[in-house]
Design a protein around this ligand. Structure first.
Ligand SMILES: NC(=O)c1ccc[n+]([C@@H]2O[C@H](COP(=O)([O-])OP(=O)(O)OC[C@H]3O[C@@H](n4cnc5c(N)ncnc54)[C@H](O)[C@@H]3O)[C@@H](O)[C@H]2O)c1
Length: 420
């Protein structure tokens, strides 16, 4: 029976704690978080993460899970996993302050022989050049006083087929013994663990995965813009190309990219390439330009639809369907819907929104609440914009109640439907 502490109880840390608790071979799974609110809610059985229900949390608590904000509890653990945010500063540079503060707490409180694993997405070299020296402070030695590894998190919130146990996990240690121990840790609850020679390759593999998505989404977004100009249906084009059984993977256009990963992680890679080699990572920069321009492109298409009704954007009623960054979750982080909303408000449109999962969002200090009566809002809207195709939406019913619907997800067709 062993004890594990997980630093950060968010979208990554809490499902990890669940995977570990469910093995039944943990004496104690400590969910450490600096937010007292998060900790108190978790200990009271209230989950704030979509993929973990209150019932699942109750099961975890029965299996030895406990949340804490007391750093001294870290000393109880043999293994500490760091799952804290890695956002960007306003300037676009990586903000590693959460990784630094969490590592400092581990360094100040860990017991001799602890295995420390970083899971936060970050640029290559973070584990060796930032985390390791902090753990070595005071004369501690790797392979004697502690062990260190990097293992990127690949969780896909809302994914019903792939979760913590059946998504293969990459593991790379700072030493052979660290790798061995980290492998033993993850094989307790993950079906396939992929071993690598060091931490840098593991860090870079995660960035490659998200950069690949970022670039391919940008490619299809740019194609969507050109196809519209040429009078070609991009959705049909993707469907046709997808009939090829090899060499092609379908990506779909949309109103932009959101979440904690795609809009953020590639910048960690381009930043490090620029800093170390002085060279721009051109693919990433181009993809960022295209994807970040999509909300503004959506506005021009809404303007065109209003133009057809002899109306200006200013003063028109525009109803947005979907505020979250992807379907069937409540996460609003970096959501392109919020940018579309911001641009509409800036141009004087009467913007309203509906989302089955998000009741409100904050913009420039103002709180925007979702419309209560969807049918009434649909009847009132000059243009309805489908931004997120949540499963809870009856899209045919929505279409039948809309004057004009701009479908950015390629889900609808018909006389009153305009597709991206
Ligand atoms: N969300 C995803 O889909 C996803 C997928 C793969 C990888 N990741 C990566 O995993 C990491 C964590 O992301 P997340 O989505 O879980 O973030 P999150 O914001 O959902 O949760 C992070 C938690 O860490 C806590 N925290 C902040 N500083 C702390 C500290 N010093 N000690 C302990 N806790 C602290 C916060 O209070 C918060 O509850 C990021 O690097 C992210 O890029 C996220």
């Amino acid at each position: 029976m062993v004890n594990t502490a997980i630093m950060g109880q968010g979208y990554v840390g809490l499902p990890l704690a669940q995977g570990l608790a469910n093995t039944g071979n943990q004496k104690l799974v400590l969910g450490f978080d600096v937010s007292e609110r998060v900790v108190n809610n978790l200990n009271a059985g209230k989950s704030h993460i979509d993929d973990i229900s209150d019932a699942a949390l109750a099961t975890m608590i029965g299996q030895g899970y406990r949340a804490t904000f007391d750093p001294k509890d870290i000393a109880l653990a043999n293994t500490v996993v760091i799952c804290v945010p890695t956002p960007l500063y306003e300037t676009g540079e990586p903000d590693l302050s959460f990784v630094v503060s969490a590592t400092q707490m581990v360094a100040d409180n860990m017991s001799p022989g602890t295995l420390v694993i970083l899971e936060s997405t970050t640029y290559p070299g973070t584990t060796e050049d930032l985390v390791r020296p902090m753990l070595e402070a005071g004369g501690r030695e790797l392979d004697k006083d502690f062990y260190l590894a990097f293992s990127p998190e690949r969780i896909d919130p809302g994914n019903k087929n792939y979760g913590i146990t059946n998504t293969p996990k990459i593991v790379g240690g700072s030493s052979a013994e660290s790798t061995k121990r980290a492998l033993a840790f993850y094989t307790q609850f993950i079906e396939t663990v992929v071993e690598t020679v060091g931490t840098r390759e593991a860090e870079t593999a995660k960035l490659l995965e998200n950069t690949y998505r970022h670039i391919n989404i940008a490619l299809i977004n740019e194609m969507a813009i050109f196809c519209h100009e040429l009078g070609i249906d991009i959705w049909e084009v993707v469907r046709l190309a997808s009939s090829k059984p090899y060499g092609f993977q379908a990506f779909y256009p949309g109103p932009g990219v959101g979440g904690h990963c795609i809009p953020v992680d590639p910048n960690y890679l381009s930043y490090e390439v620029k800093r170390r080699l002085g060279t721009p990572f051109r693919f990433i920069e181009t993809a960022t330009d295209i994807n970040s321009g999509m909300p503004a492109y959506v506005i021009t298409r809404i303007q065109d639809l209003l133009n057809d009704q002899s109306k200006a954007l200013k003063g028109s009623n525009v109803l947005l369907l979907g505020a979250t960054y992807k379907p069937d979750i409540a996460d609003l982080r970096e959501s392109p819907s919020l940018e579309v909303a911001e641009l509409l408000v800036a141009k004087g449109a009467n913007m309203t929104f509906h989302d089955p999962h998000a009741t409100s969002f904050r913009m420039h200090g103002d709180v925007y609440n979702r419309v209560d009566d969807l049918d009434a809002a649909l009847a009132k809207a000059d243009v309805v914009v489908l931004l997120v195709a949540h499963a809870a939406y009856d899209l045919e019913d929505i279409k039948s109640k809309s004057k004009v619907i701009f479908d950015t997800r390629g889900k609808l067709s018909g006389a009153n439907v305009e597709r991206l």
